[in-house]
Design a protein around this ligand. Sequence first.
Ligand SMILES: [Zn+2]
Length: 254
Amino acid sequence: MTDRKQHSPKQQQAETSFRTFSRQADAPRPDEKIIPTAIVERQGRIYTLQDREGLQHRIDESLITDNGLHIDARSGALLVPESLVRAWFEPVRRERQRQEEQRLWDLFAESVPLFWRHGERILTDPQLFAARTPMRITMAYGSMKDSGPYPLGVVVRAWSEYEENYTRVCPKCGGQMLIHSFSGSPLSGRSSHSATCTACGNQQRHVDEGSFGRLAAPITHIASQYRDLPQDNTMSLEQAIEKIHSGDINQANK
Ligand SMILES: [Zn+2]
């Protein structure tokens, strides 16, 4: 997901509302399950609905009348057919997921210098080695084996064992930048990558440079040796960062 352009959420929402309305109007399904959906706010004709997961979606009153929906007098909830609930809340859920992924990517990108400094520890601590990262190879067409997401140890091994492939010179300070994300096409060999400077923290995103194979080959080769790494109870990126920091404090207290 790293090197992909995004639609604006506003635009997406508008398109979805329109589609929802026309599809519902064309194809009523009177037999389907009805889900009481809480109305948490009403301002004029605008209703804010909330599903069971706490996701919120705003609709205009016309969607209620056009779909022939009713409000349950006792609970005050709007009674909505299941398919309509899905059409309203699925885009909200996807947008929340996209934001969460973006947050992880930002955290991963800014933590590159930390991971590089503590590379030795990550390689020798099985918990840190297996920690989850968002790093995976995004391809223009198709998919390939061992394209991630990669455990932290695999990323650090790629950086340290194939430095010439995953390193570039920082245009800001002349320090060493490490590539932490890339995408491309195995067919054309073109690729685009993002990197963070281990010296000054400078981040570069979506640099169109370098060959796809040169970036993809080493890390997929390393990852192929860890296919059996346990998937349960693996540390999250946040937990790994916390563990590295707490190690720093223990070191300082000694
Ligand atoms: Zn720099």
